[in-house]
Design a protein around this ligand. Structure first.
Ligand SMILES: [Ca+2]
Ligand SMILES: [Ca+2]
Length: 144
């Protein structure tokens, strides 16, 4: 960038600022953000060599939590590590002796990302001290 061009740009920005026109600065900032961070989540997309694997969905990026719906790019890899990792695995109840039942919360059968399945919420102890029938609810598998 030539010195003359820089001087003209600076003069233009100062005149705009002096005239009280904040649109000049906000449009400059938005243009830069749009180019490398299209979803505005603060992480650059692959078009700029950044780690945001779906730069049109602000809820998809490294460290993102699990979601039950695919992102705007059609993937369940919400964490951008290349793997669609289910939030919950298999669940089951296991007796730990009389009056003690361990609950491993999870789906009764393997449930794919976004699918709905039977989810073991709890494993109560019966009046006889054994593991009773698990408390089950329908759940949608979230993935990250
Ligand atoms: Ca982004
Ligand atoms: Ca992932």
């Amino acid at each position: 960038m030539s010195m003359l061009y820089r001087s003209m740009l600076l003069a233009f920005l100062l005149i705009g600022c002096a005239a009280g026109d904040p649109a000049i600065f906000s449009s400059v900032r938005l243009d830069a953000a749009t180019e490398c961070d299209q979803d505005g989540d603060g992480r650059a997309g692959p078009q700029c060599g950044g780690p945001d694997c779906c730069d049109i969905d602000a809820e998809t990026h490294a460290g993102a939590g699990a979601q039950a719906e695919p992102d705007a790019c059609g993937s369940f890899d919400r964490s951008c590590d290349g793997v669609e990792t289910p939030e919950w695995r298999d669940g089951h109840c296991q007796s730990l002796g009389t009056n003690s039942c361990w609950s491993a919360r999870g789906f009764i059968t393997p449930t794919a990302c976004g699918e709905v399945g039977e989810f073991i919420e709890d494993c109560p102890v019966t009046s006889a001290g054994a593991c009773g029938a698990p408390t089950i609810r329908m759940e949608q598998q979230a993935c990250r």
